[in-house]
Design a protein around this ligand. Structure first.
Ligand code: NDP
Length: 337
């Protein structure tokens, strides 16, 4: 049983030294458990937070722990009534070949699902996050302007495509010309801007002649700086993630602009709300899954995966994702079904 463990805590961007590849026994399920074999492992930005011991919404991993992560797995042995050998499930098995589970929080996948790995992306946690954050906190109204960064990733791509369906003007932000072209041509964003451009803020202002009503916050940093002066009165900001800051070791240079932010919140009467998807919205998952499955089947919603082969590649694929070198939802193929 290969396992990738946290070997040390990163200072800044994570490196190979922070991980250790170990080999252990295949665990044995007890009378109320099942044995799962990992097929796909999801890599997500939140994992960077768990590697650190800074206070957060969830406890950090301890040194020596197996890295955590969502997985698509196959049931190999089962002592649980609802789960049979051969079933494919979405579980939280982490960065390892085998794990045992008591079935709590484990979701069975449809046997006929063409792409089970979508259960980790557009039909899973990230897709659900984009859908709920936009619809519940963003409170979209037809004709409004929406801005979202990491626009080709699983959260941003969902936000943009759901925004299109709701009649919003959708402005994506992504790293590089290729991602921007895909966002417009395949995902249907009205415009997509490269945040690496020197004149990004000017381009954003030109793309939002009527200001911004919803800024779906995925990244923070330079994108947020460009957005803030363009926000309209009563704009809504679902704060989903701040990926540009996850590797930061100190506050950015420059003067303290907290007063400017507070002034904007007051004068524009902004709604800014953070959320952690399953904590806040877990009950809505079945309704999301039914809706999104239909949209995906009809071709109304499109998705792209960045698949990497082999568990040993997980650390590098994780660094690449934090650095924007992924193109679509990052998934590691660990084994064949
Ligand atoms: P992605 O697969 O989109 O990967 C992260 C992307 O962030 C990169 O590909 C890169 O895209 C972009 N990025 C990295 N650094 C910067 C930077 N300095 N400036 C601008 N963009 C940058 O991630 P997900 O779709 O999985 O997640 C998106 C966000 O949603 C993250 O912040 C994540 O933490 C958050 N999240 C929050 C949840 C919640 O419950 N609150 C649940 C799930 C996700 P590009 O090359 O296009 O810049």
């Amino acid at each position: 049983n290969r396992q990738i463990k946290l070997a040390s805590r990163p200072h800044g961007a994570p490196t190979a030294d922070n991980f250790e590849l170990a080999t252990g026994e295949i665990p044995k399920p007890n009378q109320s458990e099942m044995l799962l074999r990992t097929i796909y492992l999801s890599l997500d930005p939140y994992m960077r937070g768990r590697m650190s011991d800074a206070a957060s919404y969830a406890d950090p991993l301890q040194i020596g722990d197996v890295m955590l992560g969502g997985t698509v797995a196959q049931v190999v042995e089962s002592n649980i009534d609802n789960f049979a050998v051969g079933d494919l499930v979405v579980s939280n098995s982490g960065w390892q070949d085998y794990s045992v589970s008591d079935g709590i929080g484990v979701l069975k996948l449809d046997k006929n699902m063409a792409n089970p790995s979508y259960g980790l992306g557009v039909l899973g946690m990230p897709g659900f996050t984009g859908y709920m954050g936009l619809t519940d906190i963003g409170k979209p109204k037809k004709g409004e302007t929406l801005v979202v960064a990491a626009a080709t990733g699983p959260v941003g791509a969902t936000v943009g495509q759901v925004g299109n369906k709701l009649g919003l003007r959708t402005i994506g932000v992504a790293g590089g010309a290729e991602k921007c072209a895909y966002a417009v041509e395949e995902l249907g964003f009205d415009v997509c801007l490269d945040h690496k451009a020197d004149d990004f803020a000017e381009q954003l202002a030109a793309a939002c002649p009527d200001g911004i009503d919803i800024y779906y916050e995925n990244v923070g940093g330079k994108v947020f700086d460009g957005v803030l002066p363009l926000l309209n009165a009563h704009a809504r900001i679902p704060v989903c993630g701040l990926v540009s800051q996850y590797n930061a070791t100190e506050l950015p240079d420059g003067k303290d602009r907290l007063g400017v932010l507070m002034g904007n919140i007051l004068s524009k009467r902004l709604t800014i709300k953070g959320f952690i998807i399953f904590e806040e919205y877990g009950d809505h998952f079945p309704e999301f899954l039914a809706t999104m499955s239909k949209w995906l089947e009809s071709g109304d919603v499109k998705t792209k995966e960045h698949q990497v082969d082999g568990l040993a590649q997980a650390p590098q694929a994780f660094f690449d994702m934090l650095d924007g070198k992924n193109f679509g939802k990052t998934v590691v193929k660990v084994a064949d079904v």
